[in-house]
Design a protein around this ligand. Structure first.
Ligand code: FES
Ligand code: FES
Length: 158
């Protein structure tokens, strides 16, 4: 059965008819071609699919399409404006806080949500905010340092 859902992605209004058992992750990737949001585990364990929904970071693989209705969603594609990276994105680049990059959109969304709520987090608060995000390659030290740098440079946005 198809549901009609109306929501916003990256400030653009969207209306779709979707299967009720389709996840938000699949809607973003398959219906809207927003493939920056990654599927790792598909089970809420890795954080690769993290997006910001109404200001909070959530795992898009755990949300079913009918729950999209009325939501405001920000994906990694919605961060940079006019080609200018956000402080979080730039800090990941500047500190080389990634290797394969598969986990990176999820970390960036978790960090962005954190800095929007708490522009000057402690190291412990950063570690807590990214506790649902897994990285197999980079190691967490650089990722944490990048989020600290982003906080010093002006925070989250979007
Ligand atoms: S793909 Fe959603 S948490 Fe891993
Ligand atoms: S950079 Fe490869 S999984 Fe994190």
């Amino acid at each position: 059965m198809k549901y009609r859902v109306n929501f916003f992605v990256n400030d653009e209004p969207v209306e779709l008819y979707v299967d009720a058992n389709k996840t938000m992750l699949r809607v973003l990737r398959e219906e809207l071609a927003l493939t920056g949001t990654k599927e790792g585990c598909g089970a809420g364990e890795c954080g690769a699919c993290t997006v910001i929904v109404d200001g909070k970071p959530i795992n898009a693989c755990l949300v079913l399409a009918p729950e999209l209705d009325g939501k405001h969603i920000t994906t990694v594609e919605g961060l940079a404006k006019n080609g200018e990276l956000t402080a979080v994105q730039q800090a990941f680049v500047d500190l080389a806080a990634l290797q394969c990059g598969f986990c990176t959109p999820g970390f960036i969304m978790s960090a962005t949500a954190l800095l929007n709520e708490n522009p000057d987090p402690s190291r412990e608060e950063i570690i807590d905010a990214i506790s649902g995000n897994l990285c197999r390659c980079t190691g967490y030290a650089r990722i944490i340092e990048a989020i600290e740098l982003a906080a010093r440079k002006g925070g989250g946005q979007a």
